[in-house]
Design a protein around this ligand. Sequence first.
Ligand SMILES: NC(=[NH2+])NCCC[C@H](N)C(=O)O
Length: 285
Amino acid sequence: MKSVAIGAGFAVGGADAGNRAAPVVLARSRFSSRLGTLDGGLVWQCPATPLPWPDSVPELRRSCIQLARRVERQRHRGLPVIIGGDHSCALGTWNGVTGFGRYPVGLLWIDAHLDSHTPFTSPSRHIHGMPLALLLGEGDSRLLLSGSGVVDPRCCAVLGVRSFEAGEPERLNRLGVRFYTMDEIRRRGLRVCVQEAWHRVSRARHGFGVSLDLDAIDPRFAPGVSVPEPGGLSLPHLLQSLRGLPRQRLRAIEVVEFNPLLDRDERTQRTLTRLVNALRGNCRP
Ligand SMILES: NC(=[NH2+])NCCC[C@H](N)C(=O)O
């Protein structure tokens, strides 16, 4: 099967304007032939700069609906690979994959953060700290594009966690989402945790997806992200752990939070390209 790359030039919900340029920078880079040159199109946001909730809501809603429709239209051509953009683009991606909630999926969320705030608990009010809660059906109703959740919490796992605030772990625990902190990963080994999480998400009836925030990876391998956190996943170990996992029911991949303005020696671009290739298995552009 083929993969179809779709760009999401999103920064309104993020912490740094640099995220907006990510898909275009990648499409013009020397890695583009390995990623696909945004053959599924590009969705832009206007304005180009971050705004806190609630000011960001109208533009975020508009662009996420546009992204969701694009994903819906393109998914018949191959495996959608969405290139963000700040992580709030996940609302567009997974609403598109699920036909606005008609076919809820399992989701592996690889991230340093839990991204499970609602406006009432978020200290920053940046919506890229809220998308997982919204995908599970909680948060500002204007951003619940299908009116409820599109991800089944029993088939959802978060991997690589090392930064969160009050309210987030409580929400995920109440909903029954499994999250793996870096402490647990160090204790039990990455491969075991990846396999366990993959098993959990891939048993969902309508298939599953992977949402990869590059800040999950240690900043040594991915310095170009908007909210870096030290002590992250080792790139070689993650690549190794992703080998040989069953992908038959994989419905889409999303890679987010790349910030070209903060990259060093194209290190983050290279990391992103290698991870996309590892995740999509045999599907190539
Ligand atoms: N997608 C991300 N990089 N999220 C970072 C969120 C950081 C912090 N928890 C916040 O809500 O502001």
